[in-house]
Design a protein around this ligand. Structure first.
Ligand SMILES: [Zn+2]
Length: 105
């Protein structure tokens, strides 16, 4: 790209003009990407906590763990929270990307 030939492009979500280098490969601007991530992270935290509590309840009632392995069960709950959170963020991002736009709140 030659000096001074910076082109502008419209964000495919909010339709505002940005320098083409600020748009990602799906032509989304940074504020729209941040909003999608923020919503995905909020859902990820909610589902992560709910799933961890469900797994914890199952372990406490059905498995009845011994005190010897309590650290491993606690680690499994933390891993459940982290993994469910990340999967949810990816799914929410995919949902909004497939939808093609994100409405401002
Ligand atoms: Zn945008």
């Amino acid at each position: 790209m030659a000096f001074g030939s910076q082109t502008e492009g419209a964000c495919s979500s909010c339709h505002q003009l940005y320098p083409a280098s600020d748009l990602d490969r799906y032509l989304w601007c940074l504020p729209c990407r941040k909003e999608v991530y923020r919503r995905g992270a909020a859902w990820g935290r909610r589902l992560g906590i709910i799933t961890s509590l469900a797994v914890g309840l199952y372990v406490a009632l059905a498995v009845q763990p011994s005190r010897r392995y309590m650290v491993l069960y606690a680690a499994a709950l933390v891993l459940t929270y982290v993994l469910i959170g990340r999967i949810t963020v990816a799914l929410i991002q995919g949902y909004y990307r497939a939808k093609g736009r994100i409405e401002p709140t």
